[in-house]
Design a protein around this ligand. Structure first.
Ligand code: ADP
Length: 256
């Protein structure tokens, strides 16, 4: 009897702890949503005055350019560039916070079509850089949100081209299958990433280079990709050799 009492006492403590944990989780979820809502409102209100500064600076250069000296014009151009950069950052923040507010639309998606559409959208950049994109077709059908997973591929492919100073920029896209999951990869022969940065690059606004060096970016792309993949129940990570190239991987559930 004593043993039975002890067992039911332990079980009731464990159940109570599970209940406490569940409540904590709900609270955490709620404060995450509040944070997202705050970021959304704050960035919306920031955008408007910035747009004004941008427009007025453009107006000054266009309409008063003749009476300004070179130094004045250069300062105005810097002002426009900085304002543009802030607008880009706010757009990233908005996209990031919006993600948590939009429900996933899960469907069986043919990734061959998704990838083709993304390559069409990126065609100007691909042509301009001479990048060669090699897709191991056919890609599988997966259960996912078409637009969001499209955004993950788009971010990874854009980075694979952008962070690459080789004359012949190569990007390889493919996948491997396990019983429950499909692991996709986007491999490049670009500048590579040091191992100590493998985790940090997925944090919001984390960039390893100045915005001027490899074309302006805001450091939100990989954070957004991570959030999307994790919402799908998957994982995303990178393997890289500095100076030789990087491979980004992410997993999705398989359609059986
Ligand atoms: P962004 O490209 O807008 O700066 P991301 O979140 O997409 O932001 O990437 C974060 C940082 O990770 C980049 O600034 C860059 O330093 C590094 N990075 C991302 N992709 C690659 C890649 N394929 N090769 C090398 N570095 C990369």
């Amino acid at each position: 009897n004593a043993a039975l009492d002890l067992r039911s006492a332990i079980i009731s403590v464990v159940l109570r702890k599970i209940d406490e944990l569940a409540k904590l989780n709900i609270e955490l979820e709620r404060s995450n949503q509040e944070l997202d809502a705050f970021a959304y409102i704050a960035s919306h209100d920031l955008k408007e005055p910035l747009r004004g500064i941008h427009n007025y600076s453009n107006f000054l250069i266009e309409d008063y350019g003749e009476i300004l000296n070179e130094e004045g014009k250069a300062k105005l151009r810097t002002l426009i560039r900085l304002t543009q950069r802030m607008e880009d950052l706010i757009d990233s923040l908005l996209r990031f916070s919006r993600l948590g507010r939009v429900d996933l639309l899960l469907q069986q998606i043919d990734l061959n079509i998704v990838l083709q559409r993304i390559l069409d959208l990126l065609s100007a950049r691909i042509e301009e850089t001479g990048a060669v994109i090699n897709i191991h077709r056919p890609l599988p059908i997966v259960y996912c949100d078409r637009i969001q997973i499209g955004e993950v591929f788009s971010n990874l492919i854009t980075n694979a081209i952008k962070y690459n100073d080789k004359v012949e920029k190569l990007v390889e896209i493919g996948y491997t299958e396990a019983s429950e999951t499909v692991t996709f990869y986007v491999k490049d022969n670009g500048i590579g990433i040091r191992e100590k940065h493998f985790e940090a690059i997925f944090r919001i606004f984390k960039r390893l280079h100045s915005p001027n060096k490899y074309g302006g970016g805001t450091g939100a792309g990989l954070t957004i990709a991570k959030k999307i993949v994790e919402r799908h129940g998957g994982k995303i990570w990178v393997e890289s050799t500095y100076g030789e190239g990087s491979t980004f991987y992410f997993t999705l559930q398989k359609v059986n």
